[in-house]
Design a protein around this ligand. Structure first.
Ligand code: ATP
Ligand code: MG
Length: 449
């Protein structure tokens, strides 16, 4: 992408309304634009990050055996009257009527709808286990939307729903999602710790929140320090096998959100020098809730004994539009964002130090073509502006590698590579630069394979 033809409305000033660093940087880097309270347009740079996050989530959900579909944003109130949640949900639910005066709502979550889809077509235990997910916009009329897309009213969520014949089988489905989540956050460069959590309005008796530690987080959390370097399951983990030992590696060490925190247990189970009492950002939550919806809504299957049973369900959410600021909270410096390669909007930015100079332009064009041919996702800063502004933009928008090309270096056959994260600079022969970048970038992609 040529920056001169792109849409990147960066801001020089720090926006006053933004209280936390990720919100400030997302506005300054031209990633989002507010359209109403708690509602944001995703501008091209931000949208590219969001799509990369979506891709990782889909790959890991599919690997774990979940199947993608797409449900509508608007739902009928009658569906929610069946589960009893239409009245319970309160003011967070955005309610409306269509032209026939039928009560509708903008879905805050999809347990009811997926249960209705399930009951209309699944009859036998032979079709289980089943896990269906979608990635769709949700609306919750938050009393205090804030921190940009961290807590917005309209937000993008991945929500998966599992169906099993028994609690025992449902726990296996829960474990599959638990392991998929560990891999998903790791691939995004995030350290997210599963902590036992309260089930809230979703209901149920088993739940974990996946939490990224950050001072600006809204939840108080308590955990064992060793969880910060517990091993992440590899890509060849067998989702058809027994995952309980992986899950217990994580759940045997103390980790709880403030609602579920037990100070006595924390004191007795965690040595003094291993205690973390901190703040965190909830980037996902998994629930097992048994027959809470299947019972009242009549989602039943015939078991091997010929008897009808209500299915055991779980639901599994990830907030995509919250993950973007969570990554920024975890990875930035005074100059701007520092994207992990796997979610970076571009992998490398080519900085032409003298746009307009025929020879310099020709060398840059050639490198730009080579970057593309090497399969690297490159942004080419071809604007006719000063080098200082180009460096500032590149640092602000956080592209992991900068390839800096100017007349002086070219005269010596050299260009420079700057690592955004460490600030390290390498001078390298112009012919070797692209191969070097490829070697730096490919291992950092954390690809599906
Ligand atoms: P919170 O406690 O932060 O309000 P929640 O527990 O109500 O969130 P869930 O129902 O667990 O949210 O939704 C699944 C995920 O969706 C959350 O883990 C979070 O990542 C994301 N999410 C929930 N509410 C919002 C919001 N208002 N803005 C952005 N993301 C959200
Ligand atoms: Mg939650």
């Amino acid at each position: 992408m040529r920056l001169s033809r792109y849409f990147l409305p960066v801001l020089k000033e720090t926006p006053k309304e933004a209280e936390i660093i990720s919100h400030r940087l997302m506005l300054r880097a031209g990633m989002i634009s507010q359209q109403a309270a708690g509602m944001y347009a995703w501008l091209p740079l931000g949208y590219k990050v969001l799509r990369k996050i979506q891709q990782i989530i889909e790959e890991e959900q599919n690997r774990a055996g979940a199947i993608e579909l797409l449900m509508p944003t608007l739902q009928s109130a009658d569906l929610w009257r069946e589960s009893g949640r239409y009245e319970d949900y309160g003011k967070e639910m955005l309610r409306m009527q269509d032209r026939h005066e039928r009560d509708m709502l903008y879905g805050p979550t999809n347990e009811e709808m997926i249960t209705a889809i399930f009951r209309s077509s699944v009859r036998s235990y032979k079709d289980l286990p089943l896990n269906l997910y979608h990635i769709q916009w949700k609306f919750r009329d938050e009393i205090r939307p804030r921190f940009g897309t961290m807590r917005s009213r309209e937000f993008l969520m991945k929500d998966a729903y599992s169906f099993d014949l028994s609690k025992e089988e449902a726990v296996k489905s829960y474990n599959r999602m638990f392991v998929a989540y560990l891999r998903t956050y790791w691939r995004m460069g995030l350290t997210a710790i599963p902590m036992r959590a309260e089930t809230g309005p979703i209901g149920g008796d088993l739940s974990h929140e996946f939490i990224v530690l950050a001072d600006t987080g809204e939840s108080g959390v308590f955990c064992h320090a060793d969880l910060l370097d517990t091993a992440i399951p590899s890509a060849d983990v067998d989702f058809d096998g027994d995952l309980s030992s992986i899950v217990s590696d994580w759940t045997s060490l103390y980790a709880a959100t403030e609602d579920m925190h037990d100070e006595t247990e924390f004191d007795s189970k965690v040595p003094q020098d291993k205690r973390i009492a901190a703040r965190g950002i909830e980037v996902g939550q998994v629930f097992y809730f048994g027959t809470k919806y299947s019972e009242p809504m009549g989602a039943r299957v015939t078991g091997p004994d010929g008897k009808d049973t209500a299915v055991h369900m779980g639901s599994y959410g990830i907030g995509l539009t919250r993950i973007v600021p969570a990554i920024i909270e975890a990875s930035h410096d005074d100059d701007g964002i520092v994207w992990p390669v796997s979610v970076a909007p571009f992998e490398v930015v080519l900085i032409n130090l003298k746009s307009g100079d025929a020879q310099c332009d020709a060398a840059n064009e050639k490198l730009y073509g080579q970057l593309h041919a090497a399969g690297l996702d490159a942004l080419y800063d071809d604007r006719e502006t000063g080098a200082g502004q180009k460096f500032a933009t590149a640092d602000l928008i956080g592209i992991p590698f900068q390839l800096i090309v100017g007349p002086r270096g070219l005269a010596a056959g050299e260009v420079e590579i700057k690592h955004r994260k460490t600030g390290e600079r390498e001078t390298i022969g112009v012919e070797d630069a692209v191969a070097r970048l490829k070697a730096l970038i490919e291992p950092e992609r954390r690809d599906a394979a």
